[in-house]
Design a protein around this ligand. Structure first.
Ligand code: AHR
Length: 512
């Protein structure tokens, strides 16, 4: 009898592990495009992001490069599909004087990178290097202007230097430096974190400064109207968004930024790889908080801009942990595990859900810094779990978002809980439907029943990213420990899709 009871209990427990999550996709309501720009990245002069990571110099004979930019990294990023790249910061942007980074390299001044490790910045990677790298990557540049320690003239000159095709002082200088044709850069940040490292300004003061800077940022004649992005709120500083939306005339403003990092505690961030379940749960709380943040910032923006003309640009997001032991604390070098993979998947699902207002975003940062997609060590390069998620999800770029209703099981930790499952879906230009799912529960798999309203599909294929432990990651000795594999846990019958997600997993499905 006792044995029979315990067998029953075990069966109930495993059923509980696969209790049904209910999802409805309604293709008849699909109308908003998922702007590919939400798949953007961020490269700052910080640690080994630029020097060593993206750029090794044109005289490097050990690491194959195109005009100094690493070939291996370029190839990997192209495959991942990177729509835009933000540069040169971050905090560094408000110390950066772009004229230091043009002209013959030997004549460029060296400065101290005061924000990040106090290292010497020799300015060998400058405007031409960055914009030519973007061309190589097939990505749109997003330049962050210096408002904190720069001048209106300096930023206005930078716009003229990169965007003016006629005869003008800056266009002439650009030509002298070997670039005849203007690059035509559309995306411009007007300062960064103006409330902090960008000048410790009050919202009202920054709104005035923004108006002044934006006035002198000329569209020029290259057919591409500037997309000016105001330095936005620090996470839940809703007042910042309120003041900017109220005080900046909307014809001078194309986007407002928002920065939110999934950090447990700024004084005690916890390790990047050897973390506990408590660390993990708290990171996920912060990551899923992005949904509430976007809803609340959007509600404020809607009040002033009901037609959603101004975009919300989440131009810094990602996980932020303690640096790896023995590395420079100012370099923000951290490992990247399955925790980061599910964080990325869940965040992208949130961005898709809010695609009407969130039309651009930038993961921080692209190589060797924070939640990087690529890590390098001299001539070696590895792809992180986050890379694989960004690559798997790229099928959603510019596709039409399909609204999702979801009833999820809970991922329970102690007395707290979070929804275990997140889902988003889209229909691409060829009519193909893709569905992305994440299970953040590290202990239980999830069975999901998906009602496919308005979608006729007979077959389903997919890929999954998962690993035995949430701490699993790739290393230079074992670069393929975490990589996508074919997913066989989905079946379709009579308008219903059944999916069995393993614990800690990210899945992307294609319906045929
Ligand atoms: O991404 C690292 C830093 O985080 C950026 O320089 C700054 O904008 C933010 O505080």
């Amino acid at each position: 009898m006792k044995k029979w009871i315990s067998t029953l209990a075990l069966a109930a427990m495993s059923l509980q592990g696969f209790a049904q999550n209910e999802v409805t996709l309604d293709a008849s309501q699909a109308k908003t495009q998922i702007n590919r720009q939400i798949y953007g990245h961020f490269a700052e002069h910080l640690g080994a992001c630029i020097y060593g990571g993206l750029y090794v110099g044109e005289n490097n004979t050990k690491i194959p490069n195109i005009n100094g930019a690493r070939k291996d990294v370029i190839e990997a990023l192209k495959k991942m599909k990177i729509p835009n790249l933000r540069w040169p910061g971050g905090c560094f942007a408000d110390t950066y004087h772009w004229k230091d980074g043009i002209g013959p390299k030997k004549q460029r001044p060296s400065i101290v990178n005061a924000w990040w490790g106090g290292v010497t910045e020799d300015n060998s990677f400058g405007t031409h290097d960055f914009l030519n790298l973007c061309k190589e990557l097939g990505t749109e540049p997003y330049l962050a202007g210096n408002v904190g320690s720069g001048t209106v003239k300096e930023l206005s000159d930078w716009v003229q230097y990169v965007n003016h095709n006629g005869v003008s002082p800056m266009a002439n200088l650009r030509k002298e430096n070997g670039q005849d044709k203007a690059w035509g850069v559309k995306f411009w940040g007007v300062g960064n974190e103006a409330w902090g490292c960008g000048g410790n300004m009050k919202a009202e003061y920054y709104a005035n400064i923004y108006r002044q800077y934006a006035t002198f940022m000329t569209d020029w004649d290259n057919g591409s109207k500037l997309f000016r992005i105001a330095s936005g709120a620090n996470s839940k500083d809703y007042n910042w968004t309120e003041v900017l939306m109220r005080d900046i005339p909307h014809h001078m403003l194309e986007g407002i930024a928002l920065h939110h990092y999934s950090v447990i505690n700024w004084d005690k961030k916890g390790p990047a790889a050897n973390f506990t379940e408590e660390h993990y749960f708290k990171t996920m709380q912060q990551a899923l908080f992005m949904d509430e943040l976007i809803q609340k910032h959007t509600a404020i923006m809607d009040k002033y801009d009901p037609k959603k003309k101004v975009a919300l640009v989440v131009d810094e997001w990602g996980g932020w942990y303690e640096v790896e032991q023995g590395t420079n604390p100012g370099f923000l070098y951290q490992q990247n595990t399955m925790r980061d993979a599910v964080l990325a998947g869940a965040t992208l699902n949130i961005f898709h859900k809010h695609s009407e207002r969130v039309r651009m975003a930038n993961l921080a940062q692209i190589v060797n810094v924070l939640q990087a997609v690529v890590l390098t060590k001299e001539e070696k390069m590895i792809l992180t779990p986050t890379y694989h998620v960004m690559e798997m999800y790229n099928v959603h770029q510019d596709a039409t978002n399909i609204p999702v209703e979801i009833k999820s099981n809970d991922y329970v930790f102690g007395t707290e809980k979070l929804p275990a499952v997140s889902v988003s879906a889209s229909k691409d230009q060829a009519g193909v439907v893709h569905i992305s799912l994440t299970n953040i529960d590290i202990n239980k798999g999830q069975e999901i029943s998906i009602n496919l309203k308005g979608i006729t599909a007979k077959a389903v294929t997919g890929r999954v990213l998962t690993s035995a432990k949430v701490q699993d990651h790739n290393t230079f000795d074992n670069p393929e420990k975490v990589k996508p594999t074919t997913f066989t846990g989905a079946s379709i019958s009579g308008g219903t899709l059944k999916v069995k997600l393993p614990a800690t997993s990210v899945v992307v499905l294609e319906l045929k």
